[in-house]
Design a protein around this ligand. Structure first.
Ligand SMILES: [Zn+2]
Length: 139
C-alpha cells in the first residue's frame, strides 16, 4: 500500500494542474516500510520529451536531485510520479518500457488530470514483466 501524506496530496494536485496539458514528472520521497510506503515529498523533474502532451523523458539530473533531497531530509526515494493529461491513471506502453529499465526498486504513481481540475492518483509497481496495481490511501 502507498499512503499519501495530507500535505503532499495538495502539492501533487497543484503540480499536475500547473503542467497541464503537458505531462509532469518527478520523484516521490518518504518513509519506506516493509508493507507500506508513506509519501511525504515531491521532487519535480523537467520533462525533456519532444511530445510532452503524451509522454515524458525524465531529465537525468533528476535522479541526483532526488537523492540529494532524500539525504538532506532523512527520507528515501520511493517512486516515480508522472501525470496523464486527459487520460486514465493507467500505465502506457511507454511507461512499461521505462519501468523495465528502472526495475522493481521504485513504485509508480500515475496522476490523471483534466482541464476541469479532476485528479485521480493510482499506484503501480513493476513485477519484472508487467505493472501490478497497488492500493493508494490518503491520510
Ligand atoms: Zn505514463
Amino acid at each position: 500500500m502507498i499512503v499519501l501524506d495530507g500535505a503532499v496530496q495538495t502539492t501533487i494536485s497543484a503540480w499536475a494542474l500547473a503542467a497541464y496539458p503537458h505531462e509532469a514528472v518527478g520523484f516521490v520521497l518518504g518513509e519506506p516500510l516493509p508493507t507500506l510506503a508513506t509519501v511525504t515529498a515531491l521532487v519535480p523533474v523537467a520533462n525533456l520529451a519532444s511530445t510532452p502532451n503524451t509522454t515524458f523523458v525524465l531529465d537525468p539530473v533528476g535522479w541526483f536531485q532526488a537523492d540529494a533531497v532524500a539525504q538532506q531530509t532523512g527520507t528515501a526515494v520511493l517512486g516515480i510520479i508522472h501525470t496523464h493529461p486527459d487520460s486514465p491513471a493507467v500505465p502506457s506502453i511507454h511507461d512499461a518500457r521505462n519501468a523495465a529499465d528502472v526495475g522493481r526498486s521504485l513504485f509508480w504513481l500515475i496522476v490523471s488530470v483534466t482541464s476541469h481540475g479532476r485528479i485521480d492518483i493510482r499506484g503501480w509497481h513493476w513485477d519484472g514483466a508487467e505493472f501490478v496495481e497497488d492500493d493508494v490511501a490518503w491520510n
